[in-house]
Write a protein that binds this ligand. Sequence first.
Ligand code: PAF
Length: 281
Amino acid sequence: MQVIKEVSELRQLIRQQKQAGKTIAFVPTMGNLHEGHLQLIDNAVGRSDFVVSSIFVNPMQFGAGEDFDNYPRTHEADIEKLTSRGCNLLFLPSVPTMYPVAPDIQTRVEVPGLSDVLCGASRPGHFVGVATVVAKLFNLVQPDMAIFGEKDFQQLMVIRRMANELCMPVEIIGAPIVRESDGLAMSSRNGYLDQQQRQTAPELFAELTRLKQQVLDGETDFSRLEQECSTRLEQHGFKKDYIAIRRTDDLNPPVNSDDNLVVLAAAWLGKTRLIDNLVLN
Ligand code: PAF
């Protein structure tokens, strides 16, 4: 696997692959890779001729007081893992490479509406940061397809909408959540949990599973179900950010009985914010 830090070198290598007629799949990440990320790489390897990943802890998607400074940077271990799974190229830019005039970047990519609810409501500006950096990375890597985990369900929807509305020639592929054996969705932030919090953390998945089952059993008083779920999470020691039953296509509250639904949650365990979701089908 080639590890590239500079834009000019990246562009040259991408040009070579394109000229050779290779299809390119892209897996953007912020590093500290776990099995969830590596299954995205497997997915990319299975679909394309040339797999590019990136590791960039994007300052623009972190708010003041969030964990940008503490976000784990584990490049050596990440490079080993990517190599072992068959990734061909890792783009590892610095902050000045991605934001040469930071912090005064003028061009932003915004997907209003979808970005303002749920995680966007608690993390103002987060999805502008995500959409902007992903648009920049797409322009650099020029992939035929890009693969994102469904754990960040809202992020996946924002990116899909952006790519579609800006006519980006890239197919956006969502890949299933990868879980630990006790159900906890894999996340780089799980590493922040102490031993006791780690034991409690799977309750988030357990409670979402219960909520999903209640909806599948035909219960329709969604605000009561959300409230009860939230109370149970607080009893386990979580501090709820949101618990929501939403439509999968626009993340709005359901209107019709045949809407496709997803249950989504974000909750704090101590200083760690965990998110999870389950699609109801
Ligand atoms: O999901 C992530 O790791 C990040 O939000 C992404 C998509 C790499 C953009 O920085």
